[in-house]
Design a protein around this ligand. Structure first.
Ligand code: GA4
Length: 335
């Protein structure tokens, strides 16, 4: 079924039936690698199960996030403003974007530079970050191996001293100067009148955008809201199940490094009428000085590089000084 609706900016959009993203079982590594590559090419999104992140670590961090958001506003504001790291409510980025969301953004290279003076919170976040970083690296290593990308002559200026069996991408993420971030989101229920079926305007928690980084690992409390757009103006709600899964998506940097073979897909979050959504996103990013360009062997004479090389710092600056929904990759497209 396709429902035609108008969003608050009066843009006509179609909302299709829910999509079941590929659910990939990481316990079967060779099959999983193939499926992940296919999913990155087709949807830019997939889910992983049997991912090895202990449930206890997930539950603890989600509990800390719930408890943080249940505090009175002034207490949450003690975490400092969200740019670059801290608590934000409704205002997103620096260019006037707004959404029905409150959030907390944390740097993942400890020590945190925000002031949350709870040891329990810090321990839960540290354990979670360590576990999701490991998962992101495993996923990237499997994907790189499947793509047959050789590392030997790749110079992206990484300071990581991890083992040589890891791929260039996971080395960037493990780098001591890596720029990965962790974000907790809380989308309060919209109440009666909020309608995500498309019968009236969709209430937006987080507006459409692509993620600038390499890879995103997302967990939610099982409340729907995430929608992806594989076709301009057509939104497909992502089914939130199964409970134990991580939703993984390709970021802009990975699209560039695979010369457009993988898709960094536009997505957004719609607010539900009666249920509030909580999510935790880990955005895996390289150090600011890392050079982003095509992985070796990916560009060929028939398929020359689509984008010019740039540093992650340069790209991040381009993203953060623009509106959420603005395309940034086209600033780096080669003629
Ligand atoms: C999208 C992905 C991450 O949530 C984020 C977002 C960031 C922010 O909320 O401050 C940005 C957005 C995100 C991309 C464009 C800029 C920056 C809001 C915005 C308008 C933390 C990120 O890294 O980029």
């Amino acid at each position: 079924m396709v429902v035609i609706s108008q969003n608050p900016t009066m843009k006509i959009e179609k909302i299709r039936d829910d999509i079941d993203l590929p659910i990939i079982d990481l316990s079967d590594r060779s099959e999983a690698s193939k499926q992940m590559v296919r999913a990155c090419e087709e949807y830019g999104f997939f889910k992983v199960i049997n991912h090895g992140v202990p449930q206890e670590i997930i539950s603890q961090v989600e509990e800390e996030a719930r408890s943080f958001f249940s505090k009175p506003g002034p207490e949450k504001q003690r975490a400092g403003p969200p740019n670059p790291f801290g608590y934000g409510c409704k205002n997103i980025g620096l260019k006037g974007d707004v959404g029905e969301v409150e959030y907390l953004i944390l740097q993942t290279n400890s020590p945190f530079i925000i002031s949350i003076d709870s040891n329990k919170f810090r321990c839960a976040v540290n354990a979670y970050v360590e576990a999701v970083r490991k998962l992101a690296c495993e996923i990237l290593d499997m994907i790189m191996e499947e793509l047959g990308v050789s590392d030997s002559n790749t110079n992206t200026n990484s300071n990581s001293n991890s083992s040589s069996s890891s791929s260039v991408l996971s080395r960037l993420i493990r780098d001591s100067e890596g720029d990965s971030i962790l974000r907790f989101n809380h989308y309060p229920a919209a109440g009666a009148g909020g309608d995500v079926t498309g019968a009236s305007a969709t209430k937006i928690g987080f507006g459409e955008h692509t993620d600038p980084q390499i890879l995103t690992l997302l967990r939610s409390n099982g409340v729907e809201g995430l929608q992806i757009s594989l076709e301009d103006g057509v939104w497909v709600p992502v089914n939130p199940h199964p409970d134990s899964a991580f939703c993984v998506n390709v970021g802009d940097v990975l699209q560039v490094m695979t010369n457009g073979r993988f898709l960094s897909v536009r997505h957004r979050v719609a607010v539900q009428s009666y249920k509030s959504r909580m999510s935790t996103a880990y955005f895996a990013a390289p150090p600011l000085h890392a050079t982003i360009s095509c992985l070796p062997g990916v560009a060929t004479a028939e398929k020359p590089p689509l984008f010019r090389s740039f540093s992650w710092g340069e790209y991040k600056q381009a993203a953060y000084t623009r509106r959420l929904g603005e395309s940034r990759l086209n600033l780096f497209t080669l003629p």
